[in-house]
Design a protein around this ligand. Structure first.
Ligand code: HEC
Length: 178
C-alpha cells in the first residue's frame, strides 16, 4: 500500500475516534469527590461526606434492596430516604454494608475533593459546641459504638438541638479512623 493510502486510512479511523471521545467526555458527568453539605433531591437526602463519582452518590446500608432508611439516625454511612425508583442497588458488599447508587448530579460547589475537606464545616460546629464546658475529645478517643451514648448525654448537658447533634454525630463517625 502506498504511504498516502496508509495515512488516509489512519486518519479515517483517528479523526472519528477523536470526535467520539470528545463528545463522550463533554456529556459525561465528571463530578467526583465528597459532598460538603446535605443535598436533597425529591424524597432523597444525601448527607455530607458521601462519595460522589460521575454525578452519582454512593450510599452504604445493611439493606440490599427496597427501601433505604427514612430514619437518619440509622444511616450514618450512607444517606437516607423513602422508597425511590432512582435507587440502584449494585450488589457490592463491603464490611457487611451494601452499596446503593443514586443519580444526583450535584453542583460543583457542593463537592470537595477529599473527605476531610468535605467535613471541615461540621468539624467547626463540633469544636464550637462541644468545647464550651471541657476540651472537645478527639473523635478517635472513643470507639464508634460508644459515641451514641456520649452524644445523647452531652445533648442534654449542653442543650444542643437535634439538627446540630446530627451534624456533630456524622462528623464524629466520619472522622474515626481506628
Ligand atoms: C454544658 C456543658 C457541656 C457541654 C456543652 C458538653 N459537655 Fe461533655 N461533659 C460535660 C460534663 C459535666 C461531663 C462529665 C460528666 C458526665 O460524663 O456526664 C462531660 C463529659 C464528656 C465526655 C466524657 C464521657 C465519658 O464517659 O468519659 C465526653 C466524651 C464528652 N463530654 C463529649 C462532649 C461532646 C461530644 C459534646 C458536644 C456534643 C459535649 N461533651 C458538650 C459537660 C458538657
Amino acid at each position: 500500500m502506498p504511504k498516502g493510502a496508509v495515512l488516509r486510512k489512519f486518519l479515517f479511523i483517528l479523526i472519528p475516534a477523536a470526535i467520539a471521545i470528545s463528545v463522550i467526555y463533554a456529556f459525561s458527568d465528571n463530578r467526583n469527590g465528597y459532598l460538603n453539605k446535605n443535598v436533597t433531591k425529591g424524597d432523597i437526602t444525601v448527607f455530607f461526606g458521601t462519595e460522589i463519582s460521575g454525578g452519582r452518590a454512593h450510599l452504604w446500608s445493611d439493606k440490599k434492596s427496597g427501601v433505604l432508611y427514612a430514619d437518619t439516625d440509622k444511616s450514618i454511612d450512607n444517606g437516607f430516604t423513602k422508597d425511590v425508583s432512582s435507587l440502584h442497588f449494585t450488589g457490592k458488599n463491603v464490611n457487611g454494608l451494601f452499596e446503593t447508587v443514586v443519580s444526583l448530579s450535584p453542583d460543583e460547589n457542593v463537592i470537595s475533593e477529599t473527605l476531610p475537606d468535605s467535613i471541615k464545616e461540621s468539624g467547626r460546629k463540633y469544636y464550637e459546641l462541644c468545647s464550651t464546658c471541657h476540651a472537645a475529645a478527639e473523635p478517635n478517643r472513643y470507639a464508634k459504638h460508644r459515641w451514641d451514648g456520649i452524644l445523647k448525654s452531652m445533648q442534654q448537658h449542653g442543650g444542643i438541638s437535634d439538627a446540630d447533634l446530627s451534624v456533630i454525630r456524622r462528623y464524629v463517625l466520619l472522622s474515626i479512623t481506628n
